[in-house]
Design a binder for this molecule. Structure first.
Ligand code: SF4
Length: 269
């Protein structure tokens, strides 16, 4: 049965042209809502981003950001982590959950970086996904944010939101990536990923989406899945949208306003 957005527009069965137009319009609106969207993991180089992204599975970026300073202070590069005592690494990673598996992954990928890539993080998808514990999602985060290569990050938020918006009916992350990717120019993929993930973390939550406070409600076929009362919805907002800090502990200066909160990059409209 066709579903309706807050605007009442029917979308199920819409033509591909209409789908592309609506998807791009949502992304444009989100770009205005989150002009400062960026990776929420603290990192200073591709190695740190790669490790932090692996650690972020099943936990928040904030938790990872609280953990990685001690890890990188003790093991600054892949050579150091590859040669570490696993039990000491496990102790540092314990707050991130699944710390034994994560220790194996980050030590394994560090060894592979040292043995196969001269201690450098490769900038190609095919090589990144061969590293232990690194899937396409992690690889695209690294490619998009450390190498400037466009990529779509299909995490849990991305999967939930693009299905709510009926951009795809796929459930397999690789198929979601392919179908959603085909709706946008490649050059927009990385920013699109940030916009969607930021919206999922702040407004369009898994269990209680804040529909009544959602700036893209008129475009959304799933409007009404969450709280529609504006005042109650406002209370569901998270991070800077709810008046709280963001997830990064060391955000690049360009992403902060005078009060230290996330803000549009300097010079942005
Ligand atoms: S919060 Fe509600 S209206 Fe907004 S995108 Fe999510 S489901 Fe749609």
């Amino acid at each position: 049965m066709p579903v309706k957005g807050a605007s009442g527009a029917k979308v199920a069965g819409a033509s591909r042209t209409a789908l592309v137009r609506r998807a791009r319009r949502i992304n444009r609106e989100l770009a205005e809502v989150y002009p400062y969207a960026h990776p929420e993991l603290d990192f200073e180089n591709p190695f740190q981003l790669l490790v932090a992204t692996v650690l972020s599975a099943q936990t928040t970026d904030l938790r990872v950001n609280q953990t990685t300073p001690a890890l990188f202070a003790k093991y600054p590069g892949p050579e150091d982590l590859a040669a570490a005592n696993p039990e000491e690494v496990e102790e540092i990673l314990r707050p991130c959950g699944f710390f034994r598996a994560k220790t194996r992954s980050v030590m394994g990928l560090s060894k592979a970086l040292v043995e196969d890539h001269g201690g450098e993080v490769p900038g190609r998808l095919e090589e990144l996904v061969k590293l232990p514990g690194v899937g396409r999602k992690t690889a695209f985060v690294v490619l998009g944010n450390a190498f400037g290569r466009p990529g779509i990050t299909v995490d849990t938020h991305f999967q939930r939101l693009v299905r709510r918006w009926q951009w795809t009916e796929q459930t397999d992350p690789d198929k979601i990536e392919a179908e959603v990717g085909s709706l946008f120019p490649k050059g927009e993929w990385t920013d699109l990923s940030h916009h969607v993930i930021w919206h999922g973390r702040r407004i369009c939550h898994a269990r209680k989406p804040a529909c009544g406070a959602c700036p893209i409600a008129p475009l959304c076929p799933a409007y009404g899945e969450g709280e529609t009362d504006p005042e109650k919805a406002q209370k569901l907002l998270k991070y800077e949208k709810g008046g709280f800090p963001g997830q990064r502990l060391k955000p690049p200066q360009a992403y902060l306003d005078a009060g230290g909160k996330p803000a549009p990059p300097l010079g942005a409209a």
